[in-house]
Design a protein. Sequence first.
Length: 88
Amino acid sequence: MAGAAGQVAGKMRYAAGRAIADRYEEGSDERATALRKDEARYGLPYVRQKFEERAAAVDVPQTPETAARMKEIMEELQRSYAFHSGPY
């Protein structure tokens, strides 16, 4: 599930990043700022937060085992996201 979520979020970020990048001059501060803001709002930090909120909502117990599993899930999410978001 984390891999699929990372794939979808990464592909959406790539499309959004391309659209934002196309609006601004390459290398400009405005372009970099717009890309950073969008990444913070809708990128990997947002997806990670949603996973954590869902775990809390379903009362996942906080044990060393669940913490280790959540770490594995987040690593898989990050790998998949990085692969599919690509450079703009």
